[in-house]
Design a protein around this ligand. Structure first.
Ligand code: ATP
Length: 568
């Protein structure tokens, strides 16, 4: 059941004594690629410690104006000033709550906020201070009784408050919220507005967009946008209806749609010092190593709390081992009576199994949490430690899956009775194949725009890895184009490294089967190189895919969350 916001959501409970940010917009225009001019000549002042509500019909440009006022989008015309200078890089004094959730859903609320605090609060903050900070925001937002509840089990209103709680951890001077009351019932929405008002009364500047009529009358200032992105009204909410000569807020929407504008005195043109971006706030960010350690811990906790992840983690190895047991007869590697065709296929399926584990583990890792990543990037998260944490969270799991695969296949006599050296080589080949596939999965996960697309990528990425691996059509038998493509397939190098490590060439050449030598002719020198050559290539692919993942994420965070500040 949703919890009501407690009376503790008062100015006292915030106890931030924030010194609110002053925002000025002067003749702001915003041109969006594909949408044209979305904002026209917007000039307004947002005083520190005031609650400003931006309203207007759907598509009027409310979100774009909010992002522009926040300094997340540089205006294409005019100027936005924060405390009289152009916005710099957001720091802990800045809070932004987009429409999507910006916290993970899997963990209990308090634990989620503790991780968020670890990434946002200054380095050196003691665990006691983190705990106190988290308890403070939970109390301020009336969420103390929900502290142990997984975020996914919270109601829509509670989840929205949880996102706001994450933003309040650093006691921001300004808080921007995109439609915080959408989807909330009137009582919960009103309570949330009261919470935001308490925050403003304590000094924080609060700016929000809304479609909820009642919200318009609850702010200190209303900015009403016309459908073509002009300011139709900016001022106190009390005189709003009277200014349009109507009786209700609904009628204000109608009047604005018909082109009515309320003239007002233009704010003074004090944008002369706009050329200087505000000096960067001296923020000490949490170090890269600490970010990586924290993200790895959080990633592991999220993984273990996500039923789908656990099902994929446990299910994939079990499924593949079961298929092996059904498909192949035992004893294919017996030197006295080998089955060369099966030995090649066993090596291929081990390579493909390792690839499949890595790819499936990686594919949903990033696309499911992109809004969270973007918001945390704004708060100082570095992409390098983020990508590295994905590797350190997933690679041990993959290594265990690969070991299990090899152990079970040996126990079922689908692999030869060989020494530690052979099995060490098979293990390294499998883990590197999984690591390269994981990196490929992370890259695909970073590149797509939603989880559904990531799922579609699975067959697209798997098919070429099967066809061009060199297992079914040996590389020497491929066309020139096919051979060129096979170079880009990690599965080819894993297959060859595994075959080399298990000694396929010698088994086929000197084993008792007459089928060995002709097969060797077909496969050429596929298994004639040391396994270490394949390891190097697989490691190279992993590094390459991770580097591209990093680049894609940096671009996405910059484009999606922060657009050129300070004239960039
Ligand atoms: N990334 C984008 N690419 C192309 N057009 C965009 C983009 N973002 C916004 N727009 C367009 O800009 C206009 C204003 O969008 P915005 O999201 O600010 O409207 P809004 O008033 O917040 O609407 P709503 O109330 O429906 O959320 C719309 O026509 C929208 O289609």
């Amino acid at each position: 059941m949703p919890t009501p916001i407690q009376p503790s959501s008062s100015a006292e409970a915030f106890a931030t004594s924030a010194n609110g940010l002053r925002i000025q917009a002067r003749s702001v225009g915003q041109r969006i690629h594909g949408a044209g001019n979305v904002l026209h000549d917007v000039s307004l002042d947002v005083a520190p410690g005031r609650l400003t509500v931006i309203a207007g019909s759907s598509g009027a440009g409310k979100t774009i104006l909010l992002q522009t006022l926040a300094g997340l989008r540089a205006p294409t015309e005019g100027t936005v000033l924060h405390d009289g200078t152009r916005p710099g890089r957001p720091g802990p004094e800045f809070g932004f709550v987009p429409q999507e959730d910006i916290i993970h859903r899997e963990l209990p609320l308090r634990r989620t906020l503790v991780y968020a605090a670890g990434l946002r609060m200054p380095p050196g903050t003691t665990p006691e201070s983190v705990a106190a900070g988290v308890d403070r925001v939970l109390e301020a937002l009336g969420l103390s009784s929900r502290a142990a509840t997984p975020v996914r089990a919270l109601s829509g209103g509670e989840r929205k408050r949880a996102s706001i709680a994450a933003e309040l951890l650093t006691r921001p001077r300004v808080l921007f919220l995109d439609e915080p009351t959408s989807g909330l019932d009137p009582v919960t929405g009103a309570a949330l507005l009261r919470t935001l008002r308490a925050l403003a009364e304590d000094g924080t500047t609060v700016v929000l967009t809304t479609h909820t009529l009642a919200d318009l009358l609850r702010g200190d200032q209303v900015v009403f946008l016309s459908p073509d992105g002009e300011v139709a009204y900016a001022g106190e909410p009390g005189p709003l209806c009277g200014a349009f000569g109507v009786g209700t807020v609904e009628e204000v929407y109608e009047a604005v749609a018909q082109g009515v504008r309320v003239e007002r005195a233009a704010p003074p043109d004090d944008a002369h010092n706009a050329d200087t971006p505000s000096p960067p706030v001296p923020v000490r960010r949490v170090g890269a190593l600490r970010q990586w350690a924290l993200l790895t811990r959080r990633g592991t906790a999220l993984l273990l709390h996500n039923r789908l992840s656990v099902a994929v983690l446990a299910g994939s190895p079990v499924m593949i081992v079961a298929m092996f047991a059904v498909l192949f007869r035992a004893g294919a590697f017996d030197r006295a009576a080998p089955d060369p065709g099966s030995t090649a296929m066993i090596m291929f399926w081990i390579a493909f199994g390792a690839f499949f584990f890595g790819l499936t583990y990686g594919l949903l890792q990033i696309c499911t949490e992109l809004p969270v990543l973007r918001r945390e990037w704004l708060a100082g998260l570095r992409i390098g430690p983020y990508v590295a944490s994905k590797l350190t969270t997933m690679l041990p799991v993959l290594a265990v899956a690969d070991v299990l695969l090899l152990v079970v296949l040996r126990a079922l006599d689908r692999l030869p009775a060989a020494g530690w050296g052979t099995y060490g080589s098979l293990f390294v080949s499998s883990v590197l194949a999984s690591a390269a596939a994981l990196a490929l999965g992370l890259l695909a996960s970073a590149a797509v725009t939603e989880p559904g697309q990531a799922t579609l990528m699975l067959p697209l990425l798997c098919f070429p890895q099967v066809l061009f691996s060199g297992a079914f059509v040996p590389v020497p038998r491929m066309t020139g184009a096919g051979e060129a493509i096979s170079w880009a397939m990690t599965n080819r190098w894993a297959f060859e490294a595994l075959g080399s490590g298990v000694g396929l060439e010698s088994l086929w050449r000197t084993g008792a089967s007459p089928l060995g030598p002709p097969l060797l002719d077909s496969y050429g020198d596929s298994f004639g190189h040391p396994a270490s050559r394949g390891w190097l290539i697989l490691a190279g692919f992993a590094v390459l895919f991770l580097a591209v993942t990093w680049a894609v994420l940096v671009r996405k965070c910059r484009e999606g969350a922060v657009r050129s500040r300070a004239g960039r």
